[in-house]
Design a protein. Structure first.
Length: 308
């Protein structure tokens, strides 16, 4: 039984689709994160980046399946890019929508006048240059790091609140952690999707696992070794299609939707101590002839395995 390795193949159209999905996901999720933080004053540190990254990863995974992208590395890199873009959108919105609006409202309340966009930018840039030596969004981020950000912890068992303020390098570190969490979650989910078994000859993804046969828990080592050593008929003698008791080894198979008798079969072996509690033992691909050898071994077995 050969270990499955993703081929790394993909079309230019598939790669382009992933990039488009990454940009759309980043723009939408970055905007949502900003809206929750600025308008609702609700933002769960660390959790929101993970949730947003998981959502982006799920969308990218759909693109992977649709475009038949079989490169976990490329899919993972696109996921990382999506996380960076997402928090780029978040911080850009924080500056252009949040910070500038707050400054405009503050001036209007203090002086009773509303500045034009050009005058507002001049005022903000002059003050940012004075405070941190930079202007625009870079100056805004430096100013945020200088002033610090406050993280509030609320206990669910008490009405008391505690606040911690991060300043300087800690703020930059916090920003980096958020970007990494979002990017890594998106990268992991997208990369895992691209690494799913794919039948290159049929140009299709393998279907969901279907239980084919079982073996007693006692025979799991012999079964794994037989498959590893390509003794497929011997492996078949250890299997049965009877519903034996737990603990047991399940052999699940995955085939393409329109599989024929000449196509490879993806095999998953799991050790189950009880129903719905599988522990993976070995995965791999066997040819159609090797799978037939397994079935011949099952047919030639002197008797069905008994539960142990």
């Amino acid at each position: 039984m050969q270990k499955y390795r993703a081929s790394g193949r993909m079309s230019f159209g598939g790669f382009f689709l992933l990039l488009v999905l990454a940009v759309i996901s980043a723009a939408a999720l970055g905007g949502v994160l900003f809206a929750l933080d600025y308008y609702l004053h609700f933002y769960l540190i660390l959790l929101f980046p993970m949730f947003a990254g998981a959502i982006a990863g799920g969308l990218l995974a759909r693109g992977v399946y649709t475009a038949k992208v079989r490169s976990p590395i490329v899919a993972g890199l696109v996921g990382l890019i999506c996380g960076i873009l997402m928090y780029g959108v978040y911080h850009v919105a924080s500056y252009y929508v949040g910070f500038r609006s707050d400054v405009r409202d503050s001036i209007a309340q203090r002086n009773g006048e509303t500045l034009s966009d050009a005058d507002l930018d001049k005022f903000i840039d002059a003050n940012l240059e004075k405070e941190v030596g930079d202007t625009g969004i870079v100056g805004y981020l430096k100013y945020t790091a200088k002033e610090g950000i406050t993280i509030t912890n609320t206990s669910s068992y008490s009405s008391t609140k505690s606040s911690d303020t991060l300043k300087g390098d800690l703020v930059w570190g916090y920003f980096a952690v958020e970007i990494l969490l979002a990017g890594l979650f998106a990268a992991f989910i997208a990369g895992r999707a691209a690494g799913e078994p794919f039948d290159e000859d049929a140009n299709e993804w393998y279907g969901p696992p279907v239980l084919f046969a079982t073996a007693t828990g006692k025979s799991r080592k012999d079964l794994v070794n037989a498959l590893k050593d390509a003794n497929f008929q011997q492996a078949g003698t250890l299997l049965t299609q009877e519903d034996i008791k737990y603990p047991r080894v399940n052999m699940n198979i995955r085939r393409t939707k329109n599989a024929n008798s000449t196509q490879d079969v993806f095999i998953q072996l799991t050790y189950n101590t009880r129903r719905n509690r599988p522990n993976n033992l070995r995965n791999g691909v066997v040819s159609a002839s090797e799978f037939e050898s397994i079935k011949r071994g099952m047919a030639q077995a002197p008797s069905s395995p008994t539960s142990q």
